[in-house]
Design a protein around this ligand. Structure first.
Ligand SMILES: *Cc1c(COP(=O)(O)O)cnc(C)c1O
Length: 387
């Protein structure tokens, strides 16, 4: 599998823009479906926040995936893109009343609840609407993910989830309420996880312990949701276009002690869309500094904030030049010192007008774009509309 860059068509488009190779996306979705079939009682919900581009969502929903939403806007986008309501889960620490009502009105599968006050509000709103809401509790398993501190979510000090110590009392509270039905437990320890054994096995052990503890009291948990977090190769995207879904999903399915009556749920975001996307940008200037040279792009942190936000690395390719390689600091035009995509990057000699691809930008790229410096939001194009 190789990424296709339709360069002639790129020349006609206004830069910067996002480009998605839908062959890569489809191959990724096929590999997820294959593993899902192999595992049996399992559901995969795509985490929409990774990329909510309306051209991509219908492709993803067409493979039978559900959607993991973290806002009312995402629920609307998911429904519009063909994700069935009964395959939508709604997560987030701060769900507003209108968002809860939207979920109830549309009949989504489940609310992933993160606190007792939230549970009570859902119960009350469901009551006024004459509905019963399915709820799963997001438990904070106090398991460390060995990833960037800003994207680890499963430690006791993080704002997410309900502590293990409170789990039983919260389940008891739900049982006492009329308009909620407890259907599962939810976990999500962080993102861009590559040490699968180191990070996911402790999570599985923790889940097994919790299920055993509940089982002793006759509490059956129908749905176990292990969240997302599978990492991708940002260093060498082209040699690893497909993330390790088989190894990841089978590792978890094998280590969790679930009965045939229990459904296992996954919520991958990044791993579904990251490798199919690139941010395509044009070089505005090559500037000679005191000790280095800068390639100044027309894309910046407004289009792709990950390097500035999490010191993330994106491979950079010069799509135009095949000349001798030289070193450049590749930077954007935004008035912030953190608006840097890479330092001392080796690139075929760069000229004004060259097209550059910032690779592995399909996840948390376009969806995090901003209008800072009064810039327009970038367009996103898919391969099939360019050829
Ligand atoms: C962000 C998020 C995901 C997706 O995480 P990835 O690392 O992109 O796979 C899944 N579940 C929840 C609850 C999330 O917040």
């Amino acid at each position: 599998m190789k990424t296709t860059f339709p360069l002639e068509q790129f020349q006609l488009l206004k830069t910067p823009f996002y480009y998605y190779d839908t062959h890569v996306l489809r191959a990724t979705l096929q590999s997820i479906c294959k593993e899902k079939e192999a595992l049996g009682n399992c559901e995969v919900h795509y985490a929409i926040k990774a990329n909510a581009n309306p051209k991509l969502l219908p492709i993803i929903s067409s493979y039978g995936l559900g959607a993991d939403c973290v806002s009312g806007g995402e629920i609307e986008a998911a429904l519009k893109a063909g994700f069935p309501a009964e395959k939508i889960v709604f997560a987030g620490v701060g769900k507003a009343d209108w968002e809860i009502c939207l979920g109830l009105d549309k009949g989504i599968f489940c609310f992933n609840v993160e606190s007792v006050p939230e549970l009570e509000v859902i119960n009350e709103l469901a009551g006024t609407m004459g509905k019963v809401a399915n709820v799963a509790f997001r438990i904070n398993p106090d398991v460390e993910a060995h990833t960037h501190a800003h994207i680890t979510t499963g430690l006791a000090e993080n704002k997410f989830g309900i502590s293990m110590a409170d789990m039983e009392s919260v389940i008891a509270r739900a049982a006492a309420l009329q308009n909620v039905r407890f259907i599962g437990l939810h976990f999500h320890i962080g993102s861009q996880i590559l040490d699968l054994e180191d990070d996911f096995l402790p999570l599985c052990d923790r889940i097994n312990d919790l299920l055993e503890q509940l089982g002793k009291q006759g509490i059956v948990v129908e749905n176990i949701n292990v969240g997302g977090g599978l990492g991708i190769d940002y260093e060498q995207p082209e040699s690893h276009l497909l993330p390790e879904f088989e190894r990841y999903m089978s590792l978890i399915a094998t280590h969790l002690k679930l009965s045939p009556a229990q459904t296992l749920h996954f919520e991958p975001g990044r791993s579904v869309v990251a490798q199919c996307g690139s941010l395509i940008s044009r070089v505005l200037y090559v500037k000679q500094g005191t000790n280095k040279q800068f390639a100044i792009l027309d894309a910046g942190m407004t289009e792709l904030i990950r390097p500035a936000l999490y010191q993330a690395h994106h491979a950079i390719e010069n799509l135009t030049s095949k000349e001798e390689k030289e070193k450049y600091d590749v930077v954007g035009p935004i008035c912030e010192s953190s608006d840097v995509f890479g330092k001392d990057v080796c690139l075929p000699r760069v000229h004004r007008g060259d097209l550059m691809a910032l690779r592995s930008a399909g996840a948390y790229g376009e969806s995090m774009a901003s209008g800072y410096n009064s810039r327009a939001l970038p367009e996103g194009y898919i391969l099939e509309e360019l050829i």
